[in-house]
Ligand binder design. Structure first.
Ligand code: HEC
Ligand code: HEC
Length: 434
């Protein structure tokens, strides 16, 4: 009974006390639960705090920390004040702030225009997804984490300052503008075979909520229509049961985690994907040997199991009460599964196909530019749960449809559904409820 209680408490209260539960005092039948909880805890640490050694790139390499600190604090340029950081979409974890600091902040006694305050926040590990590396009070390097793009906060303290929401897409974050501040972009320019001014122009073309992971594989920064080739940051929750991931179905969660940690964040690890040797589709990756990455010390691979489990366990946030009409959503569900034909691809309750969840651009009525930047030349059926958390930035991989109503109008035309305006409105309410 005692052990049962311990496990229940472990699950209900906090994962941290599971560390104290040793394999020895747990009967064998609970081994799986304990293993899962320990891995979840490890995975959460990784998702929130692991840099995988990527400070070698972000700090030591391109010197982004120098631009954050500013000349007055041993860096370069004006530095990044907390106000500027929040404006660029960075988030502050209120739970990392000591009570005294929270009180001073609430009273307006903290200078939010001074980059030195940003350094203090970094020292507290309070900037979501960013790790500052310090010698004394001097910022000497920095790294980023998964949480940089895939977490936000609930704004409970102030806009941009609150409790962490892991797995939510940060659609405020202007990744490109942040990276463009780095003083030493020469290594990036060299990899892409362009000059630094071009790299800055490309980074500044992305805008908030977007990133272009394939740029460093194929060197394509713009679509044939001249618009940015970047895509929206998707959520990292609700992915259990889903086969292929990313907008274009690069692989399973663990494949993509390894790709991102090694090739995008520039962590120190091992990554194998010989599909990247295709010099026609991936000229940059084929040249740099990205599909055969091996660092001296592998700081990524040991973290992959827990990281995957954590993401798969992240629940889909429930749509807030009153954010949609229940009766309309119930009618919309029927349209979704019947006349709208949505459920043929977005199969409930996964809202993607169990199996090989991929379609050509022609099947969904769009161009195949982005699909062709991935090995299978297709788009992955997006799992739709939690849509309400990332309405900012639009829908589809590049945000081409500004609203859910626009998405439905597109399908109505492309699939010749003949939906009435009432049916369309009901369908929107259903999508908002997922
Ligand atoms: C710089 C921003 C950024 C960082 C950092 C980042 N991601 Fe992503 N992530 C993206 C973008 C953008 C995509 C969509 C990529 C695409 O489809 O081309 C994505 C896609 C994903 C997906 C696929 C989601 C789905 O709908 O199937 C997962 C899972 C994921 N990332 C996990 C991670 C993990 C784990 C880390 C840390 C190791 C990480 N990401 C770091 C921006 C980021
Ligand atoms: C032939 C399969 C198919 C059908 C039928 C289909 N979808 Fe999709 N859906 C997809 C694919 C593939 C994507 C990904 C498009 C992209 O990434 O650009 C998608 C994307 C979406 C998105 C965007 C999700 C996001 O996060 O941006 C929404 C919303 C959506 N579909 C709703 C619907 C609705 C509503 C219907 C019925 C009217 C429907 N779909 C019918 C395959 C389908």
């Amino acid at each position: 009974m005692k052990t049962r209680f311990k496990i229940a408490a472990c699950a209900a209260l906090s994962l941290t006390i599971c560390g104290a539960v040793t394999a020895r005092n747990i009967p064998k039948e609970f081994g799986t639960e304990i293993n899962a909880l320990q891995q979840l805890r490890e995975g959460r640490e990784t998702f929130r705090y692991a840099t995988f050694g990527d400070e070698k790139f972000w700090g030591d390499g391109i010197g982004l920390h120098l631009a954050i600190a500013g000349a007055a604090n041993g860096g370069v340029g004006p530095g990044v004040s907390p106000k500027a950081a929040l404006a660029a979409g960075l988030k502050v974890d209120v739970n990392a702030l000591p009570r005294t600091l929270q009180r001073s902040l609430a009273r307006g006694k903290v200078d939010l225009d001074d980059p030195e305050t940003t350094l203090a926040l970094l020292k507290l590990d309070a900037v979501v997804g960013v790790t500052g590396i310090f010698e004394g009070n001097k910022l000497t390097s920095m790294g980023i984490q998964c949480a940089f793009c895939h977490s936000t906060v609930d704004d409970s303290f102030a806009p941009g300052i609150g409790r962490r929401l892991d797995g939510w897409a940060n659609r405020d974050l202007n990744v490109g503008a942040i990276v463009a501040m780095a003083p030493r972009l020469e290594p990036v320019a060299a990899v892409l075979g362009v000059d630094v001014a071009t790299v800055r122009a490309v980074l500044n073309s992305w805008g908030p909520g977007k990133f272009d992971a394939v740029l460093f594989l194929d060197g394509k920064a713009f679509r044939p229509d001249g618009k940015s080739a970047s895509v929206l940051i998707p959520p990292a929750f609700g992915l259990a049961g889903v086969n292929l991931h990313t907008w274009t179905g690069w692989g399973g969660v663990s494949h993509w985690n390894a790709l991102v940690a090694n090739l995008e964040m520039h962590g120190q690890g091992t990554f194998f994907d010989p599909r990247l040797d295709d010099a026609t589709r991936f000229p940059v990756a084929a040249r740099t040997g990205a599909g055969h990455t091996r660092a001296e010390e592998d700081l990524v691979t040991p973290l992959l199991p827990g990281l995957q489990l954590y993401q798969l366990a992240l629940p889909v946030p429930e749509a807030p009460r009153g954010s949609y009409s229940r009766s309309a959503a119930a009618r919309g569900e029927a349209v979704f599964n019947d006349k709208g034909k949505c459920g043929t691809c977005h199969v409930p309750p996964l809202y993607t196909e169990p199996g090989w969840n991929m379609h050509t651009g022609a099947e969904i009525g769009i161009d195949d530019f982005q699909a062709n930047r991935a090995p299978d030349g297709r788009y992955r059926t997006t799992p739709l749960r939690g849509l309400w958390t990332h309405a900012k930035g639009g829908f589809y991989h590049d945000g081409r449809f500004p609203t859910l109503a626009a998405v439905i109008d597109h399908y109505d035309g492309h699939l010749a559904l003949g939906l009435s305006s009432g049916e369309k409105a009901d369908l929107v309410e259903f999508l908002k409820s997922l």
